[in-house]
Design a protein around this ligand. Structure first.
Ligand code: SER
Length: 315
């Protein structure tokens, strides 16, 4: 893998993925691409940045040719709650954008990383110990696009031999770039609020348990999967991975160890509560463990300690 394109590079995952890839492959070889959001120069680590609308195939093709791209980490997408507010835009970005990336991959023989999600599951999926291969009937446009994406990636692999690989990410917690328009965003907001205002109004209700992960584990997972021996991969699109299964009160209790006067109350957002209620509590990630050696490094206490430390320095 020599030249890597990261779409959605200014987003929550992209902005942390780019510098890690840059350290590994040389920052001049990692092309960060964003559309509407301008990237934070420091986060992108001084490597090249290009403006790119993934819905424009000619533009995707141009950037791939110009930079002699070998692999694409395709992170550009709308998150779940944002997608519900504009389903047509979500379809265009999350599906047509991916199709353009896959078409470029087919034409120029590139490998592709596709981020799927807990959102690829729905209310009829077993919520506990969610199997790798199970019922996927999501009720959000975000989830429908994720399932379609998983299938499309498999299709490009089987039909055209494109090396597609993907992960079903849980809610991702990080301190560098806040997420926008997601259902699991509450967990990130809670940390910021604990450090800034010492008060937080949570939009999901007590007892809403979801898979979560600290960002460094998520970044490492994506890179490890892309570097894994292809022969060992049976699933490809996409692997369940998880690190912890948390409800709002679990995170609150852990933050209170550091910010003792932090107060959390609840004001439920019906849209995001309905979405969260349709997602798994804890996924079975044994296929990822077996096929490419996945193992999380952070649990709730090591994550909280680092989040509080980093955010205290930042805000
Ligand atoms: N974090 C995402 C969201 O909440 C799920 O993949 O939309």
């Amino acid at each position: 893998m020599k030249h890597i394109l990261v779409t959605g590079a200014a987003g929550q995952i992209g902005s942390e993925l780019v510098p890690v890839l840059g350290k590994r492959y040389g920052s001049e070889n990692v092309i960060a691409a964003g559309h509407k959001t301008q990237p934070d120069k420091e986060l992108l680590d001084g490597g090249p940045f290009s403006s790119l609308d993934v819905m424009d195939f000619a533009a995707v093709e141009k950037i791939v040719k110009e930079h002699r791209i070998d692999a694409i980490y395709h992170m550009a997408a709308l998150l779940s709650a944002a997608a519900e507010k504009d389903p047509n835009l979500a379809w265009d970005v999350n599906i047509n954008g991916l199709r353009n990336i896959l078409e470029a991959a087919r034409k120029f023989n590139l490998s592709v990383f596709f981020p799927s999600s807990i959102g690829a599951f729905g209310p009829s999926t077993p919520a506990d110990n969610t199997p790798q291969d199970t019922i996927q009937r999501p009720t959000t446009i975000y989830g429908i696009a994720k399932v379609t994406g998983e299938l499309l990636c498999d299709y490009y692999f089987h039909k055209f031999g494109v090396d597609t690989r993907g992960l079903r990410f849980p809610g991702l917690i990080s301190y560098k770039t806040p997420p926008k328009g997601g259902t699991t965003d509450y967990a990130v907001e809670m940390f910021y609020a604990a450090v800034r205002e010492k008060r937080y109004e949570c939009f999901l209700k007590q007892g809403t348990r979801l898979d979560m992960m600290y960002m460094p584990d998520a970044i490492r997972a994506a890179i490890e999967l892309m570097e894994a021996d292809s022969e060992r991969l049976t699933h490809r699109n996409a692997f369940n991975i998880t690190a912890m299964s948390l409800a709002p009160e679990d995170i609150y209790a852990d933050i209170k160890k550091y910010v003792t006067d932090f107060v959390m109350t609840y004001r439920i957002d019906p849209l995001r509560q309905t979405i969260a209620d349709s997602w798994p509590h804890n996924m079975d990630d044994s296929a990822a463990r077996k096929e490419w050696g996945w193992r999380p490094e952070y649990d709730l206490s090591t994550m909280t300690k680092e989040m509080i430390k980093r955010l205290s320095e930042k805000v």
